[in-house]
Design a protein around this ligand. Structure first.
Ligand code: C2E
Ligand code: MG
Ligand code: MG
Ligand code: MG
Length: 291
């Protein structure tokens, strides 16, 4: 693990986290208004199995439909929510809407695992696990079908509380996923301390994996680590056919990225799913690697 940590750190310094600075950062007051006026809206991005191409679930990605500025992305306001005590409310709003949506999809025959992003160090309300349970029950979604994608935040406010919350969620059988694996400085410590079910390899170790030896080494080490810990592995940021083919050959379980589909409004998912199933049936994406 120590060697892996060094390898991951080295890579981090070489390529950075590929974080594009946001155009405008909003204030806490503006965000409060957005929350009270219901201006946040969920987009959903498919997660598909690499073995048979099946649509397994979706990740919920919040957007802000700003009355003047148009579509605002989470990088421009999630950090603000974390710093100003609004992240708990934001998470609840996103989760409730996502589970309600999952119920609607179920009613039309689309059974999907639904993933929500949570920031580890800002999830401090001890009744959050019972809130999640209640919402899942109301939506008739099994805990096993709810995935909580956990990221570290810079604040490290109350780690003990968040550990306690994550443990309670796990005991209720919700699935825990470690998001952006490889970019945080304590990813490995988190793996040791928290019983994650899923490991999501950060896009900086996925994008270009077929062609870049360094990225490939880190990607393969991460897959191997996940397998040894009996976790499901997800590759995020899959943008090309070459990377898709490479992932299929190396035992990664699920894939997500622009190559499959960008995040979309809930209303577009049923038609997308039908189109995707057709492409898979035609064998377009599961053939031998093009290389
Ligand atoms: P994330 O959870 O790692 O989500 C993946 C991000 O990568 C999303 O950006 C997604 O749109 C983008 N992406 C998907 N496929 C590709 C690809 O093929 N290539 C590239 N370059 N990017 C791809 P988005 O939606 O802007 O979200 C950014 C981050 O904001 C998320 O990263 C997550 O950490 C955070 N976030 C989003 N929604 C929420 C939320 O409801 N709550 C919290 N706490 N954080 C959220
Ligand atoms: Mg995520
Ligand atoms: Mg991620
Ligand atoms: Mg990411």
């Amino acid at each position: 693990p120590q060697a892996l940590a060094m390898l991951l750190d080295k890579q981090l310094h070489r390529v950075g986290t590929q974080h594009v600075p946001a155009a405008k950062i909003y204030s806490a007051d503006e965000l409060r208004v957005a929350l009270s006026k219901d201006e946040l809206i969920n987009y959903y991005q498919p997660k598909v199995s690499l073995s048979i191409g099946e649509l397994v679930g979706v990740e919920t990605l919040v957007r802000w439909r700003h009355p003047v500025d148009g579509m605002v992305f989470p990088d421009q306001f999630v950090g603000v929510a974390e710093e100003h005590g609004l992240i708990d409310e934001l998470t609840r709003v996103v989760l409730q809407a996502a589970l309600t949506q999952a119920k609607r999809w179920q009613e039309i025959g689309l059974r999907l695992k639904i993933a929500i992003n949570v920031s580890m160090d800002n999830l401090t309300s001890l009744d959050f696990p019972s809130f999640v349970s209640e919402q899942a029950m109301l939506a008739i979604v099994r805990p096993q079908d709810v995935v909580l994608e956990v990221t570290e935040s810079k604040l490290m406010k109350d780690q003990r509380a968040s550990l306690e919350i994550l443990t309670r969620l796990r005991l209720k059988r919700f699935r825990l996923s470690i998001d952006d694996f490889g970019t945080g400085h304590s990813s490995l410590a988190q793996l040791r301390d928290i019983p994650f079910d899923e490991l999501k390899i950060d896009k900086s170790f996925v994008n270009g994996v077929h062609a870049n030896e360094t990225i490939r080494a880190i990607y393969l080490a991460s897959v191997s680590l996940a397998k040894q810990l009996r976790m499901e592995v997800v590759a995020e940021g899959v943008e090309s056919r070459d990377d898709w083919d490479f992932l299929r050959q190396t035992g990664c379980d699920l894939a997500q990225g622009y190559f499959i589909s960008p995040p979309m409004p809930a209303s577009e998912l049923p038609a997308w799913a039908a189109g995707w199933t057709q492409r898979i049936r035609q064998g377009l994406l599961l053939g031998a690697a093009a290389t």
